[in-house]
Design a binder for this molecule. Structure first.
Ligand code: GCB
Length: 598
């Protein structure tokens, strides 16, 4: 889905700010039918949970309502008017005055509605958005709703991060001309020093199309007519990790005479792109034909007060910290991040493993922790065809949204699904096929949980890169790094020998309380986190097929209440307010050295 942009033929109005807000039930049976009866106001973008002091709001399970009035710019008389919600977590319902104009399931991908027939240029309308945070066995991510003995509806889920909800990203009103571009797909290659730029343009009605590639100075370097083809840029500057270079593809829809009079451009859209290749060859991960070793993190969209609300200040600061510490990459654990994040990564040469929101498709974890038999993960009453259909829809939306970002070098289809359990292959094989069909240009991976090993995993051969999440020295052999080292080495060797593919670490980490110190191997101390990483790195460096290390986690983050967490997950190398723990300095020394050498 194209991002709203201002061009010579398109305009956009950002609707962020403070909106009226109410819990479902508190604002009448049809909250969209008039002004929302409430005293509450909520910030957009932000998760609503931590904005208020009332626990009934924080812990609410169900729908909430946002409302504001919007004036349509008076110049938009002859335009199509679109309303775009960048994210409504996890389900959104949009009303323009009394009319339902859009419904969307999936909390981390955008959706939009053509509202032309419901609004008038120069006039105001009432915009009401209902957002539901419920997770079930047919949502991605999944969850279960239970009712406690005290009668409270509670949301259970199989991931540890807090189920923040609301309008966590921007909302836009934008306009496009009657005949307009609806999609652009760009795939690049390198032929010696020539960049090849495959393009495919879709429009809402048949019309002549012209495309022009501009370099970073705005100079035209290639052009063509037609809805698809390949442009060639001689002496192209590639997009490289740490050295981003972006071109723009200017796509023009022309009137019937093909703009021969110089006055016939009906629509203009502008899509940035980078010329680069990605390939897995043997046990190597290659960007522009050169071996790439991932250093960086699994992150979260998580900040105080805003929850998962996008925040440009944290965006800039987090990327500063990535650069400071020598990280060249991160994984969007455990859901697609705001588009602003990927655009920033494109501009700053940070490599992204783009992950779906499929986290928690695993009932074996519970069994592993309690020793009790667990329900089968892959069954119609748990995660069956309907779950897989939701997963497939989500993958389609993710790829449609992110396919043109040069920073995105790999899709991660799921985090720690139960891939060693009967039914896993039947679940994943069609999703792998779907992803490859939608985007043949990028490698794919998944992250393997502790219970899936080189010996018993049922799906790894379907993927290009094996990403393993391992906590030896934390959940296993806690406080005993010597034993942990042996487990880890055996574990990694088994994956490498069995599959002959590149292997990387998707998660390794230790909870750490800043300010806690010891001369011994004491878990939770700053020294232990540092020594734990050092042990892991000793092992990684023994394997040639090892292609990267993503520490869990970049920063401490909020979790739901539970006996395993004290005020959140503390495996951050930075605290939640982004101060470095001691391990940050050790990682910095290693990664700066590694990246200098590679
Ligand atoms: C994992 C999960 C991650 C958790 C982490 C932990 O394996 O993928 O979401 O936060 O472990 O700290 O337990």
């Amino acid at each position: 889905m194209l991002r709203p942009r201002s061009t010579a033929t398109r305009e956009k109005v950002n609707l962020d700010g403070v909106w009226r807000f109410a819990l479902d039930g508190a604002a009448g049976p049809e909250p969209w039918s008039g002004p929302l009866a409430t005293r509450l106001e909520a910030a957009v973008p932000a998760s609503y949970n931590d904005l208020f002091t009332d626990p009934a709001i924080r812990d609410h399970v169900g729908r909430v309502w946002y409302q504001r009035t919007v004036r349509v710019p008076r110049g938009w008389t002859n335009e199509r008017v679109l309303l775009r919600v960048d994210a409504a977590t996890h389900e959104g319902r949009v009303y323009v005055d009394g009319a339902l104009v859009a419904e969307h399931v999936g909390g981390y991908t955008p959706f939009e509605a053509d509202v032309t027939d419901h609004v008038r240029a120069g006039e105001e309308f009432r915009l009401t958005i209902g957002v539901n945070n419920e997770l079930t066995n047919v949502t991605i991510p999944p969850g279960t709703i239970t009712v406690s003995r005290s009668g409270r509806r509670e949301q259970q889920y199989k991931h540890d991060f807090y189920n923040y909800a609301g309008l966590s990203r921007s909302v836009w009103l934008h306009c496009v001309p009657a005949v307009h571009v609806t999609d652009v797909t760009i795939t690049t290659g390198l032929d010696g020093t020539t960049g090849t730029v495959g393009y495919a343009v879709e429009t809402n009605a048949p019309a002549p199309v012209r495309v022009r590639a501009l370099d970073a100075d705005g100079a035209e370097v290639a052009a063509a007519h037609g809805t698809d083809g390949v442009l060639r840029i001689d002496g192209a500057t590639p997009w490289r990790p740490g050295a981003a270079y972006l071109y723009d593809l200017v796509v023009e829809v022309l009137d019937e005479d093909g703009d021969e009079d110089g006055d016939g451009v009906l629509d203009v859209y502008r899509e940035p792109f980078g010329v680069r290749t990605v390939e897995v060859r043997g046990t190597e991960f290659l960007i522009n034909g050169e071996p790439f070793y991932f250093t960086g993190f699994g992150k979260h969209e998580d900040t105080p007060v805003r929850g998962k609300g996008h925040d440009d200040a944290y965006l800039v600061h987090d990327f500063q910290l990535l650069e400071w510490i020598g990280a060249n990459s991160f994984r969007t654990s455990h859901y697609p991040y705001a588009e602003e994040v990927l655009e920033f990564a494109d501009r700053h040469g940070i490599v992204v493993v783009d992950e779906t929101a499929a986290v928690g498709l695993n009932l074996a974890v519970q069994g592993g922790l309690t020793g009790r038999p667990h329900d089968p993960t892959w069954a119609p009453e748990t995660f069956g065809d309907a779950t897989r259909d939701a997963h497939a829809r989500h993958l389609r939306e993710l790829i449609a949204r992110d396919k043109n970002h040069p920073s995105v070098v790999m899709w991660c289809l799921a985090n720690e699904a139960s891939t060693a359990e009967e039914g896993a292959r039947e679940y994943f094989e069609p999703l792998v096929g779907l992803t490859r069909g939608l985007d043949p240009s990028r490698p794919i991976t998944f992250t393997a949980w502790l219970g899936a090993t080189g010996g018993n995993d049922l799906v790894a051969d379907l993927f290009d890169v094996v990403t393993v999440n391992r906590y030896y020295g934390w959940y296993i052999a806690n406080g005993d790094l010597e034993t942990a080292e042996r487990y880890l080495e055996d574990d990694l060797r088994a994956w490498i020998e069995k599959f002959g593919k590149p292997v990387m670490m998707g998660e390794y980490g230790a909870d750490t309380l800043p300010g806690l110190h010891s001369v011994w191997d004491v878990p939770w101390t700053e020294e232990y986190q540092r020594d734990y990483f050092e042990m892991n790195h000793r092992v990684f460096d023994r394997f040639d097929a090892f292609v990267g290390e993503h520490v869990w986690n970049f920063a401490d983050f909020a979790t739901s209440n539970g006996i395993h967490r004290v005020d959140g997950n503390k495996k951050g190398v930075f605290t939640r307010d982004r101060r470095p723990k001691s391990a940050a300095h050790a990682l910095r020394a290693r990664w700066r050295d590694l990246n200098g050498r590679r």
